[in-house]
Design a protein around this ligand. Structure first.
Ligand code: AFP
Length: 342
């Protein structure tokens, strides 16, 4: 039985969103309403994920997405729910999702000033085996709010222009983590009352950790500097932190959430199989990196800050290195050849 001690104060996500919007005197309430629509979609997806084995929603559809991956039924379901929820309030002018080939223009009303990008269900390969999956979202404003229709430049903005981002994790409980640029807060879903309650406020990534996270099955195809860096993490030295533990779930959000809590480093470098990296920049990587930076972490593609990259197309991929300040500084030494390991 939950004692209630875990929740310092009973703050619902709706209350928190309203409180944050009130920090901006010019706010109209539209953003609050937008986030409320989003959390409604997350509640519905969470319900279906929890019942997935019971109501024939597990398994594959007969279709593939733009990436050539066979769609899971739950992927398609989550995509449809999010699109429905995000289209109904009149605040969204366009959205792009991992599952759709093209951008969808939702409204050409001047009032509709937000652009939403989402990965409806990250970690598809884990769906059928009951391992944590999640939803990622990022929200931008139209570059020129006086213009009616969104243009491709509105959708393809740098991650640093995000006005909010977050993720829902369908794990041992459903957790929603989000930021509007004022720190990172996590809310745990209580299904008996249908509310997300604040469970961690102002989350900060540790300065360093002792875990690395990567698909090491690709190591053969990595650049020598990256191989060298990972070998270094795995080798004991005078520093008790070494050797590092390997932790890899294969659901980016789950790996990122562990990183946020325990520190260390996550890497998905470019390799010969994926010369431009595997992870999708605008709806997968940017929102997570926005959260990570808000918590004090650092993320690059090996050269550039992720949030400074100007996307050229919606399904663009990127290499990704993200983590605590100390591991990222160490990685840079290896990438710049100022440290090696033999
Ligand atoms: P989707 O399931 O949304 O397509 O994303 C999967 C993913 O992008 C990410 O969630 C994983 O961490 C990563 O791929 C796993 O890739 P590997 O299977 O190559 O390790």
């Amino acid at each position: 039985m939950l004692s209630g001690k875990g929740f310092k104060r009973l703050i619902t996500i709706d209350h928190h969103i309203t409180k944050e919007e009130n920090l901006h005197p010019e706010a109209t309430g539209e953003f609050t309403s937008l986030l409320n629509d989003l959390t409604l979609a997350v509640r519905i997806i969470s319900r279906e994920v929890r019942r997935a084995g019971l109501n024939d929603i597990l398994g594959w559809t007969n279709t593939t997405n733009i990436h050539g991956e066979i769609r899971q039924k739950l992927d398609t379901y989550a995509n449809e729910i999010l699109k429905k929820a995000m289209s109904q309030g009149g605040h969204v002018c366009a959205f792009a999702t991992e599952e759709d080939d093209e951008v969808t223009i939702v409204s050409s009303d001047k009032k509709s000033k937000y652009i939403i990008l989402f990965d409806p269900l990250d970690g598809s390969s884990n769906i059928n085996v009951n391992i944590t999956i999640g939803t990622i979202f990022g929200i931008y404003k139209k570059l020129d709010i006086d213009k009616k229709v969104c243009e491709s430049s509105d959708v393809l903005q740098r991650g640093r222009n995000l006005v909010a981002a977050g993720y829902a994790l369908y794990g041992s409980s459903t957790l929603l983590v989000y930021s509007t640029g004022n720190g990172v807060n996590a809310f745990t879903y209580d299904p008996t009352i249908g509310e997300f309650l604040l469970s961690k406020s102002n989350m900060k990534i540790p300065q360093f950790g002792r875990q690395y996270s990567t698909n090491e099955g690709n190591a053969f195809f990595w650049d020598e500097k990256v191989k060298n860096f990972v070998d270094y993490l795995k080798t004991p030295n005078q520093d008790k932190r070494f050797p590092y533990d390997l932790r890899y779930i294969g659901t980016l959000i789950a790996d990122m959430h562990r990183l946020l809590n325990y520190g260390g480093i996550y890497l998905y470098p470019a390799n010969q199989k994926h010369p431009h990296g595997k992870l999708r920049l605008i709806y997968e990587v940017n929102p997570l990196v926005y959260i990570l930076e808000q918590s004090g972490g650092i993320a690059t593609d090996g050269k550039n800050r992720i949030l400074d990259i100007l996307p050229q197309q919606i399904h663009q991929r990127t290499p990704l290195f993200m983590g605590s300040p100390e591991e990222m500084a160490l990685l840079n030494k290896f990438l710049n050849n100022t440290q090696t390991h033999n």
